[in-house]
Write a protein that binds this ligand. Structure first.
Ligand code: PAF
Length: 283
C-alpha cells in the first residue's frame, strides 16, 4: 500500500491504474477505522482494480462546539488496518492540500440538509460533507464510492449531489456494521466510558422496539415513536431527534406504509451517536 499526501500523487496513482485497465473504488474516511470502514474496503476490493482510501478529518463539517480537536487520530494504526483490508493507496492529505489559502467554495444541497442532522448539528455540517466529498471525487475521479448506511442522511445528500452535478460516480451504500450487542460501529464509540457504552445499546434496542411495533400492525407514527422512545427513556437517553421520514427525500411521514426511515441521534455520556433502520409494514 502506498501512502500519498498530494492531489498530484493520488492522481498519478489513479492514472497509472487506469492505464492498466483498472476501475477505481474510493472509500472516503476520517480515519479512526473500525470494522464498518473495513467492510466498505472489502466491497470496494471485490469490485475494483484499484482501491483508494482517503483519510482526512474534514474541519468544515464540524460545528464550533463539536469534537474536531478531540476526534481520534492514529494514522499508523489506520494505515495498518487499511493495508490488511486490501487498500492500494491511502490518500492522507494535510488540511492545506484540501483547503489551500483563499479557499472560498462551498457546496450546498438544499432540502435534504435542513432536517435530522442538518437541524441538530447545523446546516454547515452537510455543506462541509458535500464540499469535501465533491473535492475528493474531483481529486480521485473514482468509478465507485463507498459509504456506510449508518449515515443514511449523508448517503442521500451525496447521491443527490452526484445526480445534480452529473458526476460519473456510482455511490454504493453498505449495511451498518454492529458490535455483538447491536451498537452501531462508530469512530465516536471510543469516547464511551463503560457505563455509557452499556446505555448506548439502547439506540439499537429502540429501533428493534419500533420494528416490533410495526410487525404487530401498529404503524402510525405516534405508536412507533412511542415504542422507541420508551426504550431510550428507560436508559436515561433524551434523543436529539427520533423521527420517521421517507427514505428517498426525508419528508416526514405519519405512518409506516412503504419503506420508512426511522432515524435517531442522541448524546450518550460524552458521545453523540446516530443510528437508523428502514422499517417496512408487513404485507
Ligand atoms: O462519513 C465520514 O466519515 C465523513 O463524513 C466523510 C464522508 C469521509 C466526509 O468527510
Amino acid at each position: 500500500m502506498r501512502i500519498v499526501r498530494t492531489v498530484a500523487d493520488v492522481r498519478a496513482a489513479v492514472r497509472d491504474a487506469r492505464s492498466r485497465g483498472a476501475s477505481i473504488g474510493l472509500v472516503p474516511t476520517m480515519g479512526a477505522l473500525h470494522d464498518g470502514h473495513l467492510s466498505l474496503v472489502r466491497a470496494a476490493r471485490a469490485a475494483n482494480g484499484l482501491v483508494v482510501m482517503s483519510l482526512f478529518v474534514n474541519p468544515t463539517q464540524f460545528g464550533p462546539n463539536e469534537d474536531l480537536a478531540a476526534y481520534p487520530r492514529d494514522e499508523e494504526r489506520d494505515a495498518r488496518l487499511a493495508e490488511d483490508a486490501g487498500v492500494d493507496v491511502l490518500f492522507a492529505p494535510p488540511v492545506a492540500e484540501v483547503y489551500p489559502q483563499g479557499f472560498a467554495t462551498s457546496i450546498h444541497v438544499a432540502g435534504l440538509t435542513d432536517v435530522l442532522d442538518g437541524a441538530s448539528r447545523g446546516a454547515g455540517h452537510f455543506d462541509g460533507v458535500a464540499t469535501v466529498v465533491t473535492k475528493l471525487f474531483q481529486m480521485v475521479a473514482p468509478d465507485d464510492a463507498y459509504f456506510g448506511q449508518k449515515d443514511a442522511q449523508q448517503v442521500l445528500v451525496i447521491r443527490r449531489l452526484v445526480r445534480d452535478l452529473d458526476m460519473p460516480v456510482t455511490v454504493v451504500a453498505c449495511p451498518t456494521v454492529r458490535e455483538p450487542d447491536g451498537l452501531a460501529m462508530s469512530s465516536r464509540n471510543v469516547y464511551l466510558d463503560p457505563e455509557s457504552r452499556e446505555r448506548a445499546t439502547a439506540l439499537n434496542r429502540a429501533l428493534d422496539a419500533a420494528e416490533r411495533e410495526v410487525a404487530e400492525g401498529r404503524t402510525d407514527a405516534a405508536a412507533v415513536l412511542a415504542a422507541a422512545s420508551a426504550v431510550l427513556g428507560a436508559a436515561g437517553i433524551e434523543p436529539e431527534y427520533l423521527e420517521l421520514r421517507s427514505p428517498d427525500d426525508l419528508r416526514e411521514v405519519a405512518r409506516v406504509a412503504g419503506p420508512t426511515l426511522l432515524a435517531v441521534a442522541a448524546r450518550v455520556g460524552p458521545a453523540r451517536l446516530i443510528d437508523n433502520r428502514i422499517l417496512e409494514a408487513a404485507p
